[in-house]
Design a protein around this ligand. Structure first.
Ligand code: SAH
Ligand code: SF4
Ligand code: F3S
Length: 445
């Protein structure tokens, strides 16, 4: 029996690609193992969005190679593979194949070839940018309960700090008919929650690269899947503010199975920095979108991403970002220090911010956001929420954990029966800055 091991870095798109890679290898009769020591094929699905996750990949390859010497084939896929291609072989010795983000379909052929004949390392990083989406069946998925389903891939926005347009290629949208068919099959197979994925879901159908079918706007797709997929909980990520429309809020208001959560990353609060970032909106544009979301008929949770220390960011610019988080009152924010990425315009700017300044700004922002979040999450105390149970809590085996419809993490006490995968009514008794705590009242289904 040939066993394979996959380690996944980066975003949910990579989680899906790892599931696809696993499905392709399983179709060859290979078996998944959680123990790299047992594997004959090791795959690293990589992320290059910041320097740190990239460095981690090199460390892991060296570790695997040191332990296993010649008896194992090591492959690198994902964004680091796409970015460096053949150069990766020079950077870290011991890699047998490099598979770009649009070459996943080649995986079985490459692995079978290497196992049969050995030979030099194989590199496949050609991009077609064709709107073709590799599909797997519900039974081939490893993620249970929550299904990630790509609706579009790639990015044409070219924010000046970001590597993604180079690693994922041009925006391509998937056929609405195929999306709906996959969602129905997943709902029938018992999945309770789906995340519609894309680097910019709001750009769905906007580019001319659409697989089959008639192009729809994103809000039209939302209405279609809300009406016809049979999914109890539908979430989507990531929304780019530029293409975010009031119709998206209307759709959420209208369909209870469209979850009340929007992830809308502002990145910065200063117009000068937003322009330098090439984000395509101003602070006022961003706040207008927040207004649409906040004035919805039902409460919608708003989260975002922010980068500190972008080249040329002054203390005054940073103050604008601080003011933005005060004004918006996000329910959650991912905060990042700017990390220069090879080949991006921002990496070439001469006014890079010193590391100590980035760290200090990050800490100030974190501290402020922590207070905001704690206060925001307090409003849940005493409320009854619906939680999809995803497993035991990371902190205690006595507690279960899951997400609400508005994507807040809840840990709760429950009887000992196995309720993983169920929807449960939970009464919230306590709020922490990043999660809620409560006790279960009733298992819904
Ligand atoms: N498409 C999404 C973001 C995808 S990347 C959007 O436009 O909103 C996820 C997050 O990583 C970004 O929101 C950004 O905050 C962060 N990020 C991207 N490039 C970065 C860089 N060079 N340094 C630091 N953070 C970065
Ligand atoms: Fe990167 Fe900008 Fe595209 Fe988001 S929109 S993936 S930040 S280039
Ligand atoms: Fe990372 Fe690529 Fe996703 S760079 S964040 S794995 S699109």
């Amino acid at each position: 029996m040939t066993r394979f091991f996959i380690e996944t870095f980066g975003c949910q798109m990579n989680v899906v690609d790892s599931e696809k890679a696993a499905a392709l290898l399983r179709r060859l009769g290979y078996e998944w193992t959680d123990d790299p020591e047992q594997a004959e094929v090791i795959l690293l699905n990589t992320c290059s969005v910041r320097e740190k996750p990239e460095e981690k990949v090199y460390t892991r390859i060296r570790q695997f190679r040191r332990r296993r010497r010649d008896q194992v084939f090591i492959g690198v896929m994902g964004c680091v593979a796409q970015l460096y291609g053949r150069r990766l072989l020079e950077r870290v010795p011991g890699v047998d194949f490099v598979l770009g983000t649009q070459a996943l379909g080649e995986l079985p052929r490459i692995v079978e070839h290497l196992r049969a004949q050995g030979g030099p390392s194989i590199v496949q990083t050609r991009m077609s940018n064709r709107p073709e989406f590799l599909e797997i069946s519900p039974a081939e998925r490893r993620q249970r309960h929550v299904a990630y389903v790509p609706i579009m891939e790639g990015c044409d926005k070219f924010c000046s700090f970001c590597i993604v347009p180079f690693t994922r290629g041009r925006e391509r949208s998937r056929s609405p008919v195929r999306i709906l068919a996959e969602l129905r099959a997943l709902a029938e197979a018992g999945y309770q929650e789906v995340h519609l994925l894309g680097q910019n879901v709001n750009s769905y159908g906007l580019s001319h690269r659409i697989e089959g079918g008639r192009p729809l706007a994103f809000f039209e797709l939302l209405r279609l899947v809300a009406e016809q997929s049979g999914f109890p909980r539908i979430k989507f990520t990531t929304s780019h503010p530029k293409d975010f429309m009031p119709e998206i809020v209307r759709a959420i208001e209208e369909y209870p199975n469209l979850c009340n959560w929007v992830h809308l990353p502002p990145q910065a609060g200063s117009d000068r920095i937003l322009t330098r970032m090439n984000r395509g909106y101003t602070r006022a544009d961003y706040l207008r979108r927040v207004q649409w979301i906040r004035s919805a008929k039902r409460e919608i949770v708003l989260t975002g991403d922010i980068i500190v220390g972008f080249p040329g960011e002054t203390e005054r610019d940073f103050q604008e970002t601080l003011r933005l988080i005060e004004e918006v009152q996000f329910d959650g924010v991912y905060l990042f220090k700017y990390s220069p990425r090879p080949g991006t315009p921002a990496a070439r700017l001469s006014d890079q911010v010193p590391e100590e300044v980035k760290t200090e700004r990050l800490m100030r922002l974190e501290e402020r956001q922590r207070e905001i979040q704690l206060r925001r999450l307090q409003r849940y105390v005493g409320r009854v929420v619906e939680v999809l149970v995803e497993g035991k809590s990371s902190k205690s085996q006595l507690h279960w954990a899951g997400h609400t419809t508005d994507n807040i993490v809840v840990n709760f006490e429950a009887s000992r029966e196995n309720i993983e995968g169920s929807l449960v009514k939970v009464e919230i008794t306590r709020a922490n800055p990043h999660s809620l705590f409560g006790r279960s009242l009733e298992v819904l289904r």
